[in-house]
Unconditional design. Structure first.
Length: 69
């Protein structure tokens, strides 16, 4: 999956679950700048961070990464 699509999915799930960027970044343990770059598609998610974001949002990493699920 391209990084722009991944970023859009992270943003969509974050909003669906009612998190602000700052709340999600704090919960995951990354900076707001990193999360913003991910959501804009300017930074690729490392597997470790992808898994943390998925855990916080209550979805699987596959669900975040795969648009067909």
């Amino acid at each position: 999956m391209d990084i722009k699509r991944m970023g859009r999915r992270v943003r969509a799930f974050r909003k669906l679950k009612g998190y602000t960027q700052q709340q999600l970044a704090d919960s995951v343990g990354i900076s707001l700048a990193v999360l913003g770059a991910v959501e804009r598609g300017n930074r690729r998610l490392e597997d470790k961070i992808l898994n943390k974001i998925a855990d916080v949002l209550g979805v699987s990493a596959e669900e975040l990464a795969n648009p067909s699920i």
